[in-house]
Design a protein around this ligand. Structure first.
Ligand SMILES: Nc1ncnc2c1ncn2[C@@H]1O[C@H](COP(=O)(O)OP(=O)(O)O)[C@@H](O)[C@H]1O
Ligand SMILES: [Mg+2]
Length: 393
């Protein structure tokens, strides 16, 4: 590369004003369509702003991925800590991601680290850390609002951590200095907890629904205004992404996914040295998220190929396996043919279709030796729900 080329490599004009505003960890200062959840949090935790009381609050926020749970609780944490400080109350907000901190020990250590950054990290037992924390809170007259985010992981691995947290008032001299928000995806996990925890937790639940296309439109528009140079995306682009991701349309209502598509679309336009994002870039961005997936290819399929693809998607939907034996696909294929009033093709023809799907890169076929025989298995690189949603039969 010549000197000139190298300097061009890093010096093309960026379409971003501030790229980080589209990153998943950024917490925007305005969260459209989440006013209700914020209001509920405020009403549940209002008592923390009372100087003399130390009531014990716990709230559950739940909903699928990308519905703004993390953004909302972080935003709320900052609001309430600011308000407390205005009122002369020592309140600190602490956010712990249980996907990273998976044990009680790690959670408590994380809390302590957030309070005192340079604390020695080794040489303490979990119980010592806990005692130390309780004394510290008392000495400093401090109260904490603790979020256990991605708590699904904690419940699966160490459910008794929650038990300890619910016992905090007893072990901390009657004053409850730690209140908490539990953030969960899978609400059914709660039933793994013991009854007494469950009954206290269940009273305050805040639900986060997947976003509709209209809601995503406002969200994307505001984030695009913050992140991009003006006129890089127009309304059509934002609308296309929101329609594809919106829960009421074809998508799963995941704002994180929608933001990533927006970010990718802009990157693609940038790499092509253009100053605007086109619909073509958006399509490319979607197909990059699912290599091998291409709307046009799916549309060009024979009807029976589509039915087989649907049968495969359906087989994966009800299964945790990474590959599915071909005879199970055939059974589902026969069922779907029946649903659509088609007569199922015989095995040889069925195989020809399967091979076509493989050649088009939509599915993988592996042959495994089992005992003395050999059996074929199908696997997918593309999420099955994406396939189902894009197949029209
Ligand atoms: N109402 C909203 N307004 C603006 N951005 C949002 C909103 N909801 C979610 N986001 C953004 O979408 C991404 C995913 O949200 P996040 O809070 O991480 O979802 P969850 O924790 O439910 O998986 C983040 O970048 C977040 O800032
Ligand atoms: Mg989250």
């Amino acid at each position: 590369m010549t000197e000139n080329n190298i300097s061009r490599l890093f010096n093309f004009p960026s379409l971003f004003k501030d790229e980080s505003k589209l990153f998943p960890e950024y917490v925007p200062s305005h969260l459209p369509h989440r006013e209700e959840q914020l209001n509920l949090l405020a009403s549940y935790f209002n008592g923390l702003l009372n100087y003399n009381d130390f009531p014990f609050y716990r709230v559950i926020c739940y909903g699928p991925v990308g519905t703004g749970k993390t953004a909302v609780v972080k935003f709320f944490g900052k609001l309430i800590a600011d308000e407390a400080s205005k009122r002369g109350i020592n309140l600190q907000y602490i956010h712990v991601n249980c996907q990273i901190e998976r044990t009680k020990f790690m959670v408590v250590r994380k809390i302590i680290e957030s309070l005192i950054p340079n604390i020695p990290k080794r040489g303490f037992s979990p119980q010592q850390l806990l005692d130390w924390l309780i004394d510290y809170l008392e000495e400093e007259n401090l109260r904490i609002l603790l979020t256990l985010d991605e708590a699904d992981y904690l419940i699966r691995s160490e459910a008794d951590t929650l038990y300890d947290l619910t016992r905090f008032p007893e072990i901390s001299k009657g004053k409850s200095r730690i209140s908490f928000v539990l953030v969960l995806r899978d609400i059914s996990l709660l039933y793994r907890l013991n009854e007494s925890i469950l009954s206290t937790l269940q009273k305050n639940m805040i639900k986060f629904n997947p976003y509709t296309s209209k809601e995503l439109y406002t969200i994307l528009k505001e984030r695009a205004d913050e992140a991009l140079q003006s006129d890089v995306v127009n309304d059509n682009i934002i609308m296309e992404i929101s329609n594809r991701v919106g829960y009421d349309r074809q998508g799963n209502g995941d704002a994180r996914f929608a933001l990533e598509i927006l970010w990718r679309s802009v990157k693609i336009a940038e790499m092509k040295m253009l100053n605007k994002v086109t619909l073509e870039h958006v399509k490319l961005a979607f197909s990059e998220m699912y290599p091998g997936f291409n709307q046009e290819i799916i549309q060009s399929l024979d009807r029976h190929e589509k039915i087989i693809l649907k049968a495969i998607a359906r087989s994966f939907k009800n299964s945790e396996e990474s590959s599915i034996p071909i005879n199970r696909v055939k059974e589902n294929y026969n069922l779907i043919c029946e649903e659509y009033g088609e007569s199922p093709r015989r095995y040889t023809q069925f195989w020809t279709y399967v091979r076509n799907l493989k050649n088009k890169g939509l599915i993988n076929v592996q042959v495994k030796s089992i005992g003395r025989g050999r059996r074929s298995f199908i696997s997918l690189d593309i999420p099955s729900e994406i396939i189902e949603k894009n197949l029209d039969l």
